[in-house]
Design a protein around this ligand. Structure first.
Ligand SMILES: Cc1cc2nc3c(=O)[nH]c(=O)nc-3n(C[C@H](O)[C@H](O)[C@H](O)COP(=O)(O)OP(=O)(O)OC[C@H]3O[C@@H](n4cnc5c(N)ncnc54)[C@H](O)[C@@H]3O)c2cc1C
Length: 187
């Protein structure tokens, strides 16, 4: 049983996985390599002068893997509630986790299959999003959402930030107290 399973390894999902794995949580990431960010070129991502979408995606996955996140290239097709957590079903397999974070970008088919409450999107070119509260909680307990699919502005600094915010909320719920991840500059 994973502590946290994240569906999507775009800026929102990989950022969430980085925080979850770095907090020592057993973290799984499922991704089917259809990120819109693959077509992007960023000159407005704070603290990075310029970066291509493919480089950003690769670096994000490397950061999460460095702290132990397991990244598996598979498509999640359904999420089923269990007494002890949630089962994520993919085309060829299934995984169990205490919490699941959906970071599926502009794609809501998994959310709809899982029976999550959705609503019309308000950002340009985003048709439907998952209905979440300010913490990222969805209509099904244990399932959270972050990034584009949670209705935030479709910019990498915002979606990556939202992924981090939601992961910190899930970690805090698992730990029973607010979580902080600060490293200190040595010397
Ligand atoms: C042409 C273009 C140019 C852009 N330029 C900029 C820019 O200059 N600056 C900027 O800030 N932003 C830019 N963006 C927007 C940027 O790409 C998005 O803001 C954003 O980062 C989206 O992140 P995300 O993690 O929410 O979604 P995505 O990056 O789309 O990631 C979602 C991931 O979820 C996976 N997934 C979905 N469903 C499933 C499933 N069922 N099972 C497994 N995996 C699944 C997908 O494969 C994908 O990898 C641009 C976007 C485009 C299209």
């Amino acid at each position: 049983m994973y502590d946290i399973a994240i569906i999507g390894a775009g800026p929102a999902g990989a950022s969430a996985a980085l925080f979850a794995a770095k907090a020592g949580k057993k973290t799984l990431v499922l991704d089917n390599d259809k990120s819109m960010t693959k077509r992007a070129w960023m000159e407005n991502h704070y603290s990075v002068m310029e970066i291509s979408g493919p480089d950003m995606l690769e670096t994000g996955k490397k950061q999460a893997s460095k702290f132990g996140a397991e990244i598996i290239e598979e498509k999640a097709v359904n999420i089923v509630k269990l007494d002890t957590g949630l089962r994520i079903e993919t085309e060829n397999s299934s995984y169990e986790a205490k919490h699941v974070i959906l970071a599926t970008g502009a794609l809501v088919d998994l959310a709809e299959n899982a029976g999550l409450k959705t609503k019309p999107g308000t950002e340009p070119r985003i048709k439907t999003v998952i209905d979440v509260d300010s913490n990222g909680k969805t209509s099904i307990d244990g399932i959270w959402a972050a990034g584009t699919v949670a209705g935030v502005s479709v910019h990498t600094i915002v979606t990556a930030g939202d992924g981090a915010k939601v992961a910190i909320n899930v970690i805090s719920e698992l730990n029973g107290e607010r979580y902080v991840d600060h490293d200190v500059l040595k010397g």
